[in-house]
Design a binder for this molecule. Sequence first.
Ligand code: FES
Length: 106
Amino acid sequence: MPNIKVTDLEGQEKSVDTAANSNLMEALVDADYDDIEAICGGCCACATCHVYVGKEWFDRVGPRGDDELMLLESVDGFREDASRLSCQIQLSDEIDGLELEIAPPE
Ligand code: FES
């Protein structure tokens, strides 16, 4: 399973091992990123697991779903070229080295 590079809201970068997780939100919660509240538990219904995926990774993490895009467009920090709900990104070896930033909470 992949290692990912996470930048938090203070600009601190850390490598996170995702071996025990099936999606990115779970990995961030397990790594104690408190800004990932994940209120809906990964049901694509809250947008409190918002992250910015690094430019070179955006097309490699799979497409945004319609529901995901609708939710993301409702948050202030939405970025067309980077915003994803971390609960909607499945972990696989193909995204080893993924870089992302935690998005500011609403
Ligand atoms: S955890 Fe609620 S949308 Fe991702």
